[in-house]
Structure formats: C-alpha cells, structure tokens
Design a binder for this molecule. Structure first.
Ligand SMILES: Nc1nc2c(ncn2[C@@H]2O[C@H](COP(=O)(O)OP(=O)(O)OP(=O)(O)O)[C@@H](O)[C@H]2O)c(=O)[nH]1
Ligand SMILES: [Mg+2]
Length: 614
C-alpha cells in the first residue's frame, strides 16, 4: 500500500455554526494572533464581514476566504454565514475544506443551523473540531451544550469515525481557548494546535490539473475570478485549462494569474498546486460548479449540490404613480438583466420569466435571502416592486406538498402560552419542550414554511423582544391545511398629496401610522395599520380648516405619535396578498395592488374564481 501524498504545510478549515455563535469573531482573533497585521494597526472587529450590508446587519452573508500562518503551516480559513437563508453559501464552500470548526454557543447550545451545517459537513466527509464558544456568558453552560452536541453527532454521523471529535472551549471575543472550560489559555494556541493535529492535511491526488470552482469574485482591475481548491496537479500563469460546464461542453481558456490568500490580501504566485485554495484570473464565463482541468485529460468533478429554494415572490417593474422618478434603473430590460446576472454567484436563487413581461418570479431560501437581494439592488439604484413572499408548494404524485421547517424557539416561561398559541394557529406541531432552571423554555417545532412567513415580527411582540428563534428547512411534507392569518386592515391614503400632521393625527385615531408629515403619497398607498380587519381610506393630506381666530399654537395642538417605520424585512412580513412593496433607492412604500376604488372593484369583478383562502 502506498501512503497518500500529503501537503503537510496546509490545513483547509471551514468555520460553521448557527447564526451569531461567533464565527467571524473567532476569525478576527485567529488573524490577529497570527500577526497578520502590524502591531499598531487598527483593524476593528468582524473584519471578514466586509460588505456594507454585512456590517450594518452584523451578520455574515457571503462565505469568504482568508489564511493565517502558524509556524510552518498555512491555515486556509473559510468563514461561512450562519443564517439559514444563506445555507447555499455554506454548501458551496465546504468542498474546499478538509475539516471544520463547529462552533456552538455555550449558552444557547446547538440551534437549527448547527444541525444543518453539521449534516452537510458529515456528507462531504470533513473532520470536525467542536468549539464551545462564549463560555464567558453569564448563562453559559458548556457541559449542557456539549451534551447536546454529542446527541447531535449520534443522530447525524454517517460512520463511527466521525464521532471522534476533539473539543475546545473558547471566548472568541477575547481570543482565548483551552481544553477545559474553566482554564482557558491567554490565547488561541490550544485551538491552533488542535487544528494542526486533527484537521487532515490535504491529500494530493495523482494526475493532471483539476479544480472545482466553488466561488467567484469580481475585481475591476483583474476582472472575473474563479476560486476553488486544487485537487490535482498544479497551475501557473499562462497555462491553458479546459472549463467543463454544466451542459457538458468543454472550452479552453488561459489563466492570467494565480493568487493565494495571505491574511486579507491575495498575492500572485508563480505556481499553485494541489491542496492550495487558489484564485484564478483571466477566466471569463466560468460558473460556480464548473470543473477546470488539464485540457489533455479533461475529467469533471461532481457538481455542487445545493438545496432547492422554498420561498418566492415576484419582482416587477414599478407601477406606482411615482414610477421612474427615483431609481436609476427602472425598465423591464434593466430589471431582467440584473436578476439573471445574480444567478452567476447567488447559488440557491432561481429566477423565472412569468406570463407578464414586466414581472419575474424570484425564488430563494427564505425571506432574508430575498430581502438581501432587494436591498442590494436598491442600493445599486434599481427601482421595482415586489409581492408578498410565499412558500413554494408542489404536487408530487397528485399530492400537494409544502416546505416544512424545524423551528427552535427559546422563550421565557411567561411568554410560553402566547407563543405556543400563535404557532399552533400557524400549523406548527410541537415535537419537544424542555425547561431550564432559569425560567427559560426551549421549544422544537415542525412547521410549514408558510406558517413562518410573517411570524418573526409577531414573535418579537409576543416575547417583548426577549425570544430567540431559528429555523431550517427540512424538506417537503403533505400540505397541512389552510389557516387564516389575521392581520389587521391597512390604512390607505384616499388621495395623492403631501402628508400633514393634521391628516395623520386623524389617521392615528384609527390605528398606527407608518409615515411622517411632509411625505409624498398617492391614492392607495398604505400609510398605516388599523385596529381591526378591513382596509380604511384616510385623508392624510387633510389640512386643518383655518379659523378666524388665528393662534400661534394651532398647529402644536396636533399631537402626533411618531410614525412606526417598517424596515424592509418588516415590510415584507406585513404584505398581504393584494398588496405590493414599492422599492426605490430612497423609499420603501407599501401599497395596495389596485390603487383606486375603481380599480379594486374592477379587479373584484374580473376575479371569476375567488383566490384560495378567501
Ligand atoms: N460573550 C461573548 N460574545 C461573543 C463571543 N464571541 C463572539 N461574541 C459576540 O457574538 C456576536 C456575534 O458574533 P459573530 O462573530 O458576528 O457571529 P457569527 O457566527 O459570525 O454570525 P453570522 O456570521 O451572522 O452567522 C457578536 O456580538 C460578538 O461580539 C464570546 O466568546 N463571548
Ligand atoms: Mg459571521
């Protein structure tokens, strides 16, 4: 038997976890402690969350590579997003790694996305190092967290070898780790050691050059870049490679540059070889999942499999009376081109044309996945309208099937009743309940994706902001039956104009308003929510009648509660079926699909068959 050829100078490690368990913070500490920066350089925190939306939201959206040196070893690190909606990002990058750090928050324990990423890691055969993080938290219980991790391993491991995983305790925020939760080293040395000892060095397969494209990037200077881990052979600038694409075709292209990650930089190298995670430039039209190989012996690698989308909505040309006035790009052609371009890099997203030329069906892995696309496009200057997100149902052998999620919620005992009632109405089925000694309850549910749309706002209200929830799609189940959602009616503007305090005060007698005085509105635009079902038209542009006795305080006498402004996600959650969200670089406006009473009654007349659920 010949021993495999190993790259002892490299470790390729992915960092995986549920959202917020501290992955990016740990990468900060790994970077800092491997002297990637000058001693006096101020690099801040969450260094890898480099795009604007990531920094604003404080979450990782895109998987990213970096590398650190430890002694003679280069550790290539792949930071991944923990939010379930970006699971496609995790799936696509795991094949670059030989092992992973599975982070688990010592207070929260494993959450739904922990299960998802661990299953994916087992599927691609990664060696796992368990990192129980945040042991400094007041309510941390590292032992309990580890026990639950063990249960998860027993449930998910595909063979006995996978059960053997070393455990490290850490406080990523302070850059400390150790084998004992009560006795951490002052640095991450124990973690570095464990990575080098337990994560296998890359195996060099014999044969000509071969690499699966796991990611793409773009740079104005170098143009498109293909990123992946070389599984065989080596590559140098000027080499020709064959691109094996999904349609089975092979094209020859020439590599301009080969770059390796060094800290936050990419440096050009004369050659890169098996085991390296490399960035190749000069390759136009290479898609994620393509194999790049030696043209003399083209040999495709299996394409990356990504779970199917579960939620969809339409993106359409803006049809509001304000159309074209705020966006730089507002035509059908521009919208269509932008949406289809997104498919190049956004795995897990689908785009389809519809019967209407100016509307497209966009499907993603969840509301946030779609919300991030919406936000990105509006920042680029696009203007458009979107419909309410809906779960993607399908028929299998004549049976109606719908996506179902596994939901974990942590609530205080006093909110238990309200939360279980709301989830019950949404067709949630409780599968587990456990109480801790501090008045907290963890509930596990199976619930249709449909039931979760619009639930987050409701959940935050029910738990006064203290609840924690996470969910993950687990596949399709038979349709669980109708349920009636109860959203109160909308307050809509009865005529176009500019809002005035007096008019808004009138609207506030009927409910809660979403906009401030001095904003332009059109008829049929939603300006608030009323206290019961059924929409009401309100004149928010109404002026106070001038009286003969003018008083300087007449305007102050209008007592206005500040508008409750909805964020993009809240707006999507709010939408009913007959409503749309107008998105422009400057504004988010909720509106009725049919703006005027005439339009509404015409629409009702034209609807011969009532829509389901009504
Ligand atoms: N108390 C405590 N807080 C920590 C620790 N590590 C990270 N945090 C905090 O946890 C929060 C989330 O950290 P991130 O590093 O963004 O988590 P993440 O896993 O990268 O999150 P996503 O990429 O969005 O999935 C931040 O506020 C961190 O400061 C720790 O060891 N102890
Ligand atoms: Mg992160």
């Amino acid at each position: 038997m010949t021993l495999p050829n190993l790259r002892h100078d490299i470790r390729n490690v992915a960092i995986i976890a549920h959202v917020d368990h501290g992955k990016t913070t740990l990468v900060d500490a790994l970077l800092k402690q491997s002297h990637t920066f000058r001693d006096n350089q101020d690099v801040g925190t969450l260094i890898m969350d480099s795009n604007d939306l990531e920094r604003e939201k404080g979450i990782t959206i895109l998987a990213k590579n970096t590398s650190v040196r430890h002694g003679d070893v280069t550790i290539n690190i792949i930071d991944t997003p923990g939010h379930a909606d970006f699971g496609g990002e995790v799936e696509r990058v795991l094949n670059m790694a030989d092992g992973c750090l599975l982070l688990v928050d010592a207070a929260e324990g494993p959450m739904p996305q922990t299960r998802f990423v661990l299953r994916k890691a087992f599927e691609v055969g990664l060696r796992i190092v368990v990192v129980i993080n945040k042991v400094d938290r007041k309510n941390a219980d590292p032992k309990a967290a580890l026990n639950k991790v063990h249960d998860l391993f027993l449930e998910l491991a595909e063979d006995a070898d996978q059960l053997e995983a070393p455990v490290i305790y850490a406080v990523a925020k302070e850059g400390r780790a150790g084998a004992d939760a009560d006795d951490l080293a002052p640095d991450l040395e124990p973690l570095f050691k464990t990575i080098i000892e337990h994560i296998p060095a890359p195996v060099i397969e014999p044969g000509g050059f071969q690499m699966l494209v796991a990611n793409r990037a773009y740079d104005d200077y170098t143009g498109p870049m293909a990123i992946g881990r070389i599984s065989r052979g080596s590559i140098a600038p000027g080499d020709w490679v064959a691109v094996l694409s999904a349609d089975g075709e092979a094209r020859r292209v020439k590599v301009v540059q080969a770059l390796l990650y060094r800290g936050l930089d990419r440096i050009a190298v004369p050659t890169a070889s098996a085991g390296d995670i490399v960035v190749l430039t000069g390759l136009e039209e290479v898609a994620i999942g393509d194999t790049l190989t030696d043209p003399e012996s083209p040999d495709p690698l299996p394409r990356i499999e990504i779970d199917e989308p579960t939620v969809r909505m339409t993106f359409g040309v803006n049809t509001s009376p304000f159309t074209g006035s705020e966006g730089k790009f507002s035509t059908t052609r521009q919208l269509r081109a932008r949406l289809y371009k997104e498919l190049d890099t956004n795995l897990g997203l689908h785009v389809e044309d519809t019967d209407a030329a100016e509307r497209f069906l966009v499907s993603g892995r969840g509301e946030l996945h779609l919300a991030v696309l919406i936000e990105t496009m509006r920042r680029e200057g696009y203007e458009f309208e979107v419909s309410r997100p809906e779960a993607i149902v399908k028929k299998v052998n004549g049976q109606l099937m719908e996506p179902v999620e596994r939901l974990t919620v942590d609530v205080r005992e006093e909110h238990l009743g309200a939360v279980t009632e709301s989830l019950g109405k949404r067709r949630g089925e409780m599968i587990e309940i456990s109480y801790d000694s501090r008045g907290g309850v963890r509930l596990e549910y199976l619930i249709p994706t449909r039931g979760l749309i619009g639930f987050r706002n409701n959940f935050l209200t029910l738990t006064a902001g203290t609840g924690l929830m996470g969910s993950i799609g687990i596949g399709y189940r038979p349709w669980a039956g109708e349920f009636r959602e109860q959203r109160n009616g909308a307050l809509t503007a009865s005529s176009p104009g500019t809002t005035l305090a007096f008019g808004l005060a009138g609207a506030q007698e009927r409910g809660t308003t979403f906009i401030e005085p001095g904003e332009a509105v059109y008829e049929g635009m939603i300006v608030g929510i009323q206290k019961r079902p059924g929409d009401i038209r309100v004149n928010v542009c109404r002026e106070k009648k001038q009286s003969n006795i003018r008083s300087s305080t007449s305007d102050i006498s209008v007592r206005l509660t500040p508008a409750s402004k909805l964020s993009l996600e809240q707006s999507l959650d709010f939408l009913a079926e007959d409503e749309l969200l107008e998105v422009t670089p400057q504004h988010l406006r909720l509106r009725k699909r049919h703006l005027t009473e005439v339009d509404q009654s015409r629409a009702r007349r034209n609807t011969l068959v009532p829509a389901p659920g009504r």
